[in-house]
Design a protein around this ligand. Structure first.
Ligand code: FE2
Length: 208
């Protein structure tokens, strides 16, 4: 477990470095979000965050993990850390019901957060893995700000927001969005959620 603790510590630092860089290079929309994520990560890294032993669990989409390629984009360091912590990740669906095809093509894992490997109440960070050609249906998260970092693959949000490796996307609270993944490679996104702790705790997602 010790080496995993080091990787998790490294993950916090690397996410912090990425969000610092986004303050300079990121889009104007969501700059408050970028600064708030930084503040949460800084405080988390300085306060010896509690590490929780979770029971690792895979989902069918994990068959694409070996096909995830992040070399050469600005999130490759995050991706390397991700690959090192795969053995301790618990992959989940987060929906009580969802379309049949998604069971094979989608899953997420919360690494930082109230249900994360690193326990904290006021931010959630983790990874979403989507199969090639996955259509992730329309949904929103009332009261939750969301940002995505695209580590691998190409994905389009709402038909007009293209996200490619190294890209960043901000969704304001309650914004309705759907994703469609290009056919060539699986898509690995890192996501951040900011909301009141009461909202983040045991949040259950539902599709529209
Ligand atoms: Fe979302």
């Amino acid at each position: 477990m010790n080496s995993f603790v080091q990787y998790l510590d490294h993950l916090i630092k690397e996410f912090l470095a990425i969000y610092r860089a986004l303050e300079i290079s990121g889009p104007p929309a969501g700059q408050d979000h970028i600064r708030e994520v930084q503040a949460k990560l800084l405080s988390l890294g300085n306060n010896n965050p509690p590490i929780r032993q979770k029971s690792p669990e895979e989902k069918p989409v994990c068959r694409y993990l070996d096909a995830v390629r992040c070399e050469g984009n600005r999130y490759s360091e995050i991706c390397d850390i991700f690959k090192n912590i795969v053995p301790i990740l618990k992959w989940e669906y987060g929906y009580t019901s969802m379309p049949e095809h998604l069971y094979d093509m989608y899953s997420y894992t919360e690494v930082i957060g109230p249900q994360g490997n690193i326990y904290v109440e006021d931010i959630v960070m983790g990874f979403v893995l989507l199969a090639p050609c996955c259509l992730y249906p329309e949904h929103n998260h009332p009261g939750i700000e969301e940002s995505y970092l695209c580590l691998s693959g190409n994905v389009t949000q709402n038909d007009n927001e293209e996200l490619s490796p190294g890209g960043y996307l901000y969704n304001s609270p309650g914004k309705t969005h759907r994703l469609s993944v290009a056919p060539d490679t699986p898509c690995l996104l890192a996501y951040s959620w900011l909301a009141e702790p009461a909202v983040l705790k045991n949040y259950s997602m539902s599709l529209l």
